[in-house]
Ligand binder design. Structure first.
Ligand SMILES: Cc1ncc(COP(=O)(O)O)c(C=O)c1O
Length: 367
């Protein structure tokens, strides 16, 4: 079986370094908020070009805590995409705010910035763009809108670690950047993990308090907080992997280019679009085809994984259906019917890439 992501292949490549780092941490006996967490936060901040980086227990927590730190509260509105993972909207709901969806751009699958101003109301406090599949949203335009309407931008960078927009890393352009280190992410640990970046010392300090039971001094609690800490074992794994992230992302890029070279010439197939000025880190390689279901069936028959990210836009999910009964986002709904993500991971071999392409060719060439 060819999987979407082969985490064991990456472990084999980094085995010695990872084993040594983990064993060293086990022998050290310090597991929560220890030296590896501190060093990882410094190293990741330097890599991203962020002033402060605060690690937390997951990408979902990163969004949740970032929204609290931004002062978003019950009754506020936050503009976001309906074509994303549920966590983006969940976090908005956790603080009692309302996700206000805006349709996506049909090429990049990121927020359609032309539709944002129409939904801004006196209750709007923030825009939460998702840098979907590893490509940055149109931050330049979003910043102009945010400045004009005094809104904050909270970036969902769960899928875009290392991606750049005009030479700056995603996560360093908004008020805060929220990352996930879920194992299959471009920079993934071996459990759950997340991170928030910010250029504000005050917000960074607030986030450190929030992640640790509302306390900056042991057993002194100044507000209600959370148990949301990255642990030392995950931090040490991430410190090893961070050294190779550019290499990993370059490998993903090369695979994406090989895919595109073939797919661009096929009928009924639209390979991913890359905006000028962006680097794309291809967390997912997602094509569009009217024959999506047929291609997927052929993959299954050939024991190759493929996935639909996302089959149901958020406004049509059962959990939100009541709230968005009469709302439609035609681009998101159409793309949900045609999108298909192919296997992509840095260690993928040339024969594996060819195997994938053969299946797509086999289905589409006859159409
Ligand atoms: C766009 C997006 N936002 C948020 C998250 C949540 O991250 P985590 O799974 O680490 O909580 C994910 C990850 O799956 C994601 O893809």
């Amino acid at each position: 079986m060819l999987p979407m992501v082969d985490l064991t292949a990456q472990y084999q490549v980094l085995k010695e370094e990872l084993n040594e780092a983990v064993l060293h941490t086990l022998a050290n006996g310090q597991f929560i908020l220890g030296p590896n967490v501190e060093d990882f936060e410094k190293e990741v901040a330097a890599y991203l070009g962020a002033q402060y980086a605060i690690s937390v227990a997951s990408g979902t927590d990163a969004l949740h805590l970032a929204l609290i730190a931004a002062g978003i509260k019950a009754g506020d509105e936050v503009i976001t995409s309906p074509f994303t993972f549920i966590a983006t909207a969940e976090a908005i709901c956790y603080v009692g705010a309302h996700p206000v969806f805006v349709d996506i751009d049909e090429k990049t699958f990121n927020l359609d910035t032309n539709q944002i101003e129409a939904v801004i109301t006196p209750a709007t406090r923030a825009i939460l763009p998702v840098h979907l599949f590893g490509q940055g949203a149109n931050m330049e335009r979003l910043q102009v809108i945010a400045d004009q309407h005094e809104l904050l931008i909270i970036e969902d960078c769960a899928q875009s670690f290392g991606a750049e927009i005009n030479g700056k890393k995603t996560g360093t352009l908004g008020f805060t950047g929220c990352f996930s280190f879920f194992p299959s992410k471009n920079l993934g640990c071996y459990g759950d993990g997340g991170l928030i970046t910010t250029s504000s010392e005050e917000i960074a300090e607030h986030l450190r308090v929030l992640r640790n039971h509302g306390s900056s001094k042991r057993y002194h609690h100044t507000e209600l907080g959370f148990n949301s800490r990255l642990d030392e074992l995950q931090a040490v794994i991430l410190r090893v992997k961070l050294k190779y992230i550019d290499q990993f992302n370059q490998a993903r890029n090369q695979i994406a280019q090989q895919y595109t070279q073939t797919l661009i010439n096929l009928p009924h197939c639209i390979p991913p679009y890359k905006e000028a000025g962006n680097t794309h880190v291809y967390h997912q390689y997602t094509l569009l085809s009217a024959y999506r279901d047929e291609i997927m069936k052929a993959f299954t028959e050939q024991h190759i994984a493929s996935a639909i990210y996302y089959p149901i836009p958020l406004h049509q999910q059962i959990v939100f259906k009541q709230k968005y009964q009469d709302v439609h986002f035609p681009v998101s709904e159409q793309i949900a019917k045609q999108c298909l993500s192919l296997p992509i991971f840095p260690e993928m071999s040339k024969p594996q890439i060819e195997q994938v392409l053969n299946v797509v060719q086999g289905v589409l060439l006859g159409k």
